[in-house]
Ligand binder design. Structure first.
Ligand code: LMR
Length: 405
């Protein structure tokens, strides 16, 4: 019966973690998955999370199902974080929000909504983008296309190409935008460029769909990192947002997130919420409780909230520091090459350019992994969250060897 089911390839990101676990090299370094590690390269449970968990356990709450749309305290907290507490859209009841399964689950609910209510719309994804975006929309049979984004020559944003491609997109298309700390490139538009993108979306009637996976994690400042979606709302655009608490609260395995629609009128928000609930019910029924309670506890408690901000700055700061150390080491080992892009990029990743277009055919990444046991994705992305000072020299040697050969 199942003889025709072919073997699926490993996932381009999570498959790297599998390969890393199987490796017996004493030097192995996992720079694949975007998951924060401390200076000992160990996963971290934030102190605010532990405190919130103690409080929740103390309340000895039951394990009843949550409503389909999720935990109310979490839904309020997540919109407050995104737009800023007291935002007019919140006061006017123009926001539809369902708690969902972190970034992927929230994107998937959004994708199902597009498939059902925006039939025939194409979703435009940045080239490149997070490896799972294509699967999420593809599996819902939503057509997707790329818009130009990354300029390999400048190791920066191809803003002109991006604007040309979005100008050519048919009215009613969806544009997937990374709220901050673009994954995998670490290259974001400037404030002015964001303004131009917002104006173009308005002019061309494109629906902006933000993937907000790194709020507070990119710069250590929750408000700064929410600049783009807030700007779009300020300019009168309706937006869809998928939020994740995997990185900023370190709740990876708890699967905490939300799909938010900020609309122009309350009635539309009520109707859209009813449909989001219908989609969620068929996809996973209702979301899990534990992580949402933690997030709500942290955001809604002034003391924990302030402590969380400090912990976020700590994580962002550690990444910033190893970024600088890596650049310094590469400058010393290979001074003829300009490595300044490493410190220009922001967020969790560095897009090393180890696979410029198809030219190297992944050979350089193979060299990194097969010869040096540096595990990374084939697009040339490395997660700096998996690097510490002690390993900077080793990594820099591996990169120089791979670039030279
Ligand atoms: C990543 O990009 O590495 C993370 O978002 C983890 C994932 O699910 O791919």
């Amino acid at each position: 019966r199942f003889a025709d089911v072919a073997q699926a390839p490993p996932d381009p990101i999570l498959g790297v973690s599998e390969a890393f676990r199987a490796s017996t090299s004493p030097n192995k370094l996992n720079l694949g998955v975007g998951a924060y590690r401390d200076e000992d390269l160990k996963p971290v449970v934030l102190s605010v999370v532990k405190k919130a968990e103690t409080k929740i356990v103390g309340r000895a709450e039951n394990k009843e199902y949550l409503p389909i749309e999720g935990l109310d305290a979490f839904r309020k907290a997540t919109v407050d974080l995104l737009l800023g507490a007291g935002h007019p859209a919140i006061q006017e009841g123009r926001v539809a929000v369902v708690q969902s399964l972190s970034g992927t689950g929230s994107l998937r609910v959004g994708s199902a909504f597009i498939a059902r209510f925006m039939k025939g719309a194409t979703v435009y994804l940045s080239n490149p983008t997070w490896g799972n975006h294509r699967n999420i929309f593809g599996d819902e049979n939503v057509e997707w296309k790329y818009y130009r984004y990354f300029d390999a020559d400048t190791v920066g944003l191809d803003f002109k190409g991006m604007m040309e491609d979005l100008t050519a997109a048919p009215a009613g298309s969806v544009v997937l935008l990374h709220g901050c700390a673009h994954n995998p490139t670490g290259v974001d538009p400037t404030a002015e460029q964001w303004g131009a993108i917002a104006d173009l979306c308005k002019e061309r009637n494109l629906l902006p769909f933000f993937d907000v996976a790194y709020q507070g994690f990119a710069t250590g400042d929750l408000d700064k990192d929410a600049f783009a979606p807030r700007l779009f709302v300020e300019r009168g655009l309706e937006i869809v947002v998928a939020q994740s608490y995997s990185k900023n609260l370190g709740l990876y395995g708890e699967r905490v997130g939300a799909l938010v629609m900020v609309l122009n009128d309350k009635e539309a928000a009520t109707r859209c919420l009813s449909q989001l609930k219908r989609l969620a019910r068929a996809l996973y029924s209702n979301p899990p409780t534990w992580g949402a309670k933690i997030a709500a506890e942290v955001v809604n408690d002034k003391e924990l909230f302030d402590e969380w901000k400090g912990e976020m700055r700590g994580m962002a700061g550690r990444i910033e520091r190893v970024r600088g150390e890596l650049k310094t080491a590469l400058d010393a080992k290979y001074p003829d090459k300009d490595w300044s892009f490493i410190t220009r990029q922001i967020g969790m990743f560095s897009f090393t350019g180890l696979t410029p277009a198809q030219a190297s055919g992944g050979r350089r990444v193979d060299n990194m992994t097969n010869k040096h046991a540096v595990y990374m994705t084939r697009d040339g992305r490395i997660s700096l969250a998996g690097l510490n000072s002690a390993k900077v020299d080793y990594l820099a040697n591996a990169i120089v060897d791979s670039v030279r050969n």
